[in-house]
Design a protein around this ligand. Structure first.
Ligand code: GAL
Length: 696
């Protein structure tokens, strides 16, 4: 069972930094927070020096006063442990706690997240501050829970300090036991990298082409993830012991961290921080990008960790540091839209970041709800609107669950291996983006499903269709689960480069796609990279397929030239172009009650569209709700009775027209509507069929 937030009422709130404001402002701030409908604040995550001004001297006065005052105003409190920002006295006295770049440059005090997870003294001092805080606030009636650290692996997700190096050696020893095993796993006989003593084993270092041993590089990322998890565990064990009545979580989704394992092993539920206006800087590539709507994918990943989660930081203003990531202001309505995007995808508790914009420091342009001048503004109005609406919608959201019949499958090994390996990593990023975009635009809700040691057949069987674009590393036990899933009636779509690597990232000597070759009824006879080196061949549907009359389909990126190996294999499309003209490019294979599709190339939106048609995927609300492409559909199932809710979100600056073929209740207004309905720019509507199951 995934760890999930379990609330009986929706909680709305805001991140607040009492230590950054004159105390005379606090009461007014808390009063106004309550006025806009906030019930919870998160505080203290960067305030270590306030709590421990000198080594071993503790002071809780400031936060005692702030928490008591918040409590008097009826606010609940989430306390951050302050370990993301070590005090200056600490890094000065114990410089070994500082992180170091791969080139050997040690970070200094002045920003944040400049520490490492493995320095024994940092772990000791972190454990002490967490224990002291837990002892002090573990019984406080206002404190409902803890956020461990802040955004583990944000700012940087690589670690090369001496402490990390020592810990890595221990980690490798524990994993492989003997040097022989290690040498085998890392394939060190290649280029004479063989280790003859443990002291020779290190984290990857600078190399002539910045090209480390790939198997070592994969283990390094696994080690970084384990280090972050162990640092969180150090804190969570203390919190569990000293403050057992308060829950614990941590926030953010960052690289080189298995957030599923982190949550499973240590937390009560996961929290995510959502800043959709990053899309104005790092939008998805290609024409017609999803922009802020793409954050629905990130939220789906958060939901794959905790079906109900906390949205710990929800963007509420223009973002930007003094010298980087400068973003435009959210347009009127967008802040509310993004809040509902998060809520729709599973957040039952949401806190805006932050109450008022800082007037000093690196984030003077990372705007909160209020501006420096503290006057009421449009963003405060929007927050208040959400607060008011949640009086009606909150209970509905808490009672219902996201429902999806399709999942895009991912896993950390391929994600991490694919950062270095250009022969599959970039393909996955492209294909996931293409599939998500197409499913979004066709209003087919999609989940994210992460494969891990704990994944069961039941986890897979919740879905009718799984899309696993380029699982290069594919262990046998996962292949067996896939086989069982398909036999029971499931459908899996695979893309090129599937299954050719084992868990160490070595290439298998069996025909590709390795352990799923039989399941897919194909082998890869030959292959070539395409990218922008070669002209991509076209994809030609065999038979009388309507896909041939649609847009021209291009077999992008990489081409596996296939051969069918089973009488149950059906060649759906072939390559048109290059030396393998006419060879199978897309093969469907039936086994048991289910089927697989093996596509030899990298997915683009057009090919994903064609496959959606081929598989027969349609929107679950198609029968009663006609939707334009610019809106997102989120379907939420009732848990206490029959029925489901359709949330429709308009990400565009234009009015969008929906058509309801049946009468539905607008849950916000309580009115019954049918026929054409206009959705204003950035607006959201919550619909429930007036008479489910009956045509009206
Ligand atoms: C988050 C972080 C916050 C704040 C915010 C805006 O990543 O947790 O402390 O920095 O971004 O930049």
């Amino acid at each position: 069972m995934a760890k999930s937030l379990n609330l009986n009422r929706f909680e709305l709130g805001v991140c607040y930094y009492p230590e950054q404001w004159p105390e005379t402002m606090w009461a007014d701030d808390f009063r106004r927070m309550r006025e806009v409908g906030f019930s919870v604040i998160r505080i203290a995550e960067f305030a270590w020096t306030v709590f421990e001004p000198q080594e071993g001297t503790f002071s809780f006065d400031l936060f005692d006063r702030a928490i008591d005052l918040a409590h008097q105003h009826g606010l609940q409190v989430i306390l951050g442990t302050p370990t993301a920002t070590p005090p200056a006295w600490l890094t000065t006295k114990y410089p070994e706690v500082l992180n170091v770049t791969q080139a050997g440059v040690q970070y200094r005090h002045g920003e944040r997240r400049h520490y490492n997870y493995n320095a024994p003294i940092y772990r000791e001092l972190s454990a002490r501050i967490v224990r002291r805080m837990a002892e002090h606030y573990g019984q406080h009636p206002a404190v409902i829970g803890w956020q461990i650290d802040n955004e583990l692996n944000c700012e940087t997700n690589v670690f090369y300090s001496a402490a990390d190096n020592t810990a890595f050696r221990e980690w490798v020893k524990a994993k492989y036991t003997t040097l022989d095993e290690l040498n085998k796993a890392w394939g060190t006989v290649f280029w004479n990298q063989t280790f003859t003593g443990w002291e020779q084993v290190n984290l990857t270092g600078p190399t002539p082409n910045n090209s480390p041993n790939p198997h070592q590089a994969l283990d390094e990322k696994r080690f970084i993830s384990d280090s972050a998890i162990s640092f969180a565990r150090l804190q969570s064990e203390i919190l569990r012991e000293v403050a057992p009545d308060q829950w614990q979580t941590t926030n953010g989704l960052f690289g080189h961290l298995d957030s599923h394992k982190l949550t499973e092993e240590n937390l009560d539920f996961f929290s995510y921080d959502s800043y959709p206006n990053f899309s104005t800087i790092f939008g998805d590539s290609g024409p017609d990008p999803l922009l802020d709507r793409k954050w629905s994918w990130n939220l789906s990943i958060a939901r794959s960790i905790s079906p109900k989660f906390c949205l710990m930081e929800q963007q509420s203003g223009p973002g930007g540091w003094v010298n980087r990531i400068a973003q435009p202001s959210p347009k009127p309505g967008q802040m509310r839209l993004w809040a509902y995007q998060s809520i729709g995808h599973g957040a039952d508790m949401l806190l805006f970041f932050r109450w008022r914009t800082a007037t000093f420091g690196t984030e003077i342009y990372w705007h909160g709800i209020l501006n420096y001048d503290n006057r009421p503004n449009r963003r405060l109005k929007e927050a208040a609107q959400v607060g008011k609406e949640l009086e009606v919608l909150g209970p509905v959201m808490v009672e219902t669950r996201v429902s999806a019949k399709v999942a895009i499958v991912s896993d950390y090994d391929n994600e991490w291996d694919g950062e270095l390996d250009l022969w599959h990593g970039p393909y996955t990023r492209q294909s996931v983006q293409a599939w998500f975009k197409v499913l979004q635009r066709r209003h087919i809700p999609v989940d994210s499903l992460y494969l891990g040691a704990a994944t069961t057949l039941d986890d897979l069987s919740k879905y009718e269709v799984l899309i696993y674009p380029h699982g290069a590393i594919l262990p046998e036990d996962v292949a067996n689960k896939f086989t069982d899933y398909v036999k029971k009636g499931g459908t899996i779509v695979f893309g090129c480069r599937t299954g050719y690597k084992n868990v160490n990232g070595h290439c298998r000597m069996t025909p590709m796609p390795g352990p799923v070759a039989d399941l897919c009824g194909v082998t890869v006879e030959d292959f070539t990279r395409i990218e922008n080196i070669e002209t991509a061949p076209l994809l030609k549907w065999r038979g009388n397929k309507s896909a041939n009359s649609g847009p021209t389909l291009v077999a992008e990126g990489f081409n596996d030239i296939l051969q069918t190996t089973s009488p149950e294999s059906e060649i759906l499309a072939e390559y048109a172009g290059n030396f393998y003209e006419g060879a199978p490019a897309l093969v469907r294979h039936h086994s048991g009650k289910g089927q697989t599709y093996y596509y030899g190339a990298v997915f683009n939106p057009e090919v994903a569209e064609a496959l959606v048609e081929e598989i027969g995927l349609t929107s679950p609300t198609a029968e009663w709700l006609e939707l334009p492409q610019a809106v997102e559909l989120i379907v939420r199932e009732r848990t206490q009775r029959e029925g489901e809710i359709a949330m429709v979100l308009n990400y565009s600056e234009n009015i969008q027209t929906l058509n309801l073929n049946r009468a539905a209740t607008n849950l916000l207004t309580g009115t019954t509507i049918k026929g054409k309905v206009e959705l204003a720019p950035f607006d959201v509507i919550f619909l429930e069929l007036a008479e489910p199951g009956r045509n009206s």
